[in-house]
Write a protein that binds this ligand. Structure first.
Ligand code: NI
Length: 255
């Protein structure tokens, strides 16, 4: 059974058919879904979804795009949400220098504040890093995020960076882009990262893997990511599923 370690089922694009999406995931061999919040309201909604669906667990946090919305009330809300059932991580948090929807200094500050919150409540973190590899590594080290560990989600850095993060106790998660025809660099990372430190995810509704590219993504499609990893690693799919699911259970302390 697979675990989709990064989904956004709380967004509008799932309002109409969320029950069917969750059911389809189950039918396709997905055992659990980690639904990841990106701001206060989305994190609240994520916790509600975990209460509604047995197979859904939650991370609560502020995405770098939404860093400009974070204030003391948001941090208090996150803190309170971490006390609820099935909240297994803080995030997603991090840096996005590709779209720069919040000023970079503010993104850094909000990232750091969430790392210290994660240390306070002893939960692993889910990191978003786009075009900000250097500063992401720097902050992970400076803030001693290795004390809680966690996941580099939808990883897009180099093998060197991946291995450095693994040394600090992190897991590397792969999404749809690893299946794309131009994924040469990412395929190299999959070759270099040990399966024992790898996770699979969809990041749905975005980043649909081949052959579903162009459609709305959903947790059922996480199988395509696992299949691609099995192909790259030249390993049986069952082995990839077994190990990545064990990894997800270890990092998020899932039953
Ligand atoms: Ni995400």
């Amino acid at each position: 059974m697979l675990i989709d370690t990064h989904a956004h089922l709380d967004v509008d694009r799932f309002h109409r058919d969320r029950d069917e999406v969750v059911k389809r995931a189950q039918e396709k061999g997905v055992e659990k879904i980690i639904n990841v919040g990106f701001d206060g309201p989305s994190s609240e909604m994520a916790v509600k979804l975990a209460e509604k669906y047995d197979m859904v667990y939650t991370a609560v946090g502020i995405h770098p795009h939404d860093a400009k919305k974070a204030d003391d009330d948001t941090y208090e809300l996150l803190y309170n949400l971490t006390k609820r059932d099935k909240v297994v991580a803080l995030g997603e948090m991090g840096l996005d220098y590709y779209r720069n929807l919040s000023p970079r200094e503010l993104q850094q500050e909000v990232f750091k504040t969430q790392i210290s919150l994660a240390k306070e409540v002893d939960l692993p973190i889910v990191i978003h890093d786009r075009d900000a590899h250097g500063d992401t590594l720097k902050i992970i080290k400076q803030e001693r995020a290795s004390l809680v560990g966690g996941v580099l989600h939808c990883f897009s850095g180099s093998s060197e960076m991946a291995l450095e993060c693994i040394k600090m106790g992190f897991y590397i998660s792969f999404a749809g882009p690893v299946t794309y025809p131009n994924a040469r660099r990412l395929i190299k990372v999959v070759e270099d990262v040990p399966l024992e430190r790898m996770l699979v995810e969809t990041d749905c509704p975005w980043l649909s893997p081949e052959p579903q590219r162009g459609k709305r993504n959903e947790p059922a499609y996480v199988q395509y990511v696992a299949e691609k990893i099995a192909e790259i690693k030249n390993m049986p799919l069952e082995e990839v599923i077994r190990i990545t699911t064990k990894n997800a259970k270890d990092v998020f302390r899932l039953p």
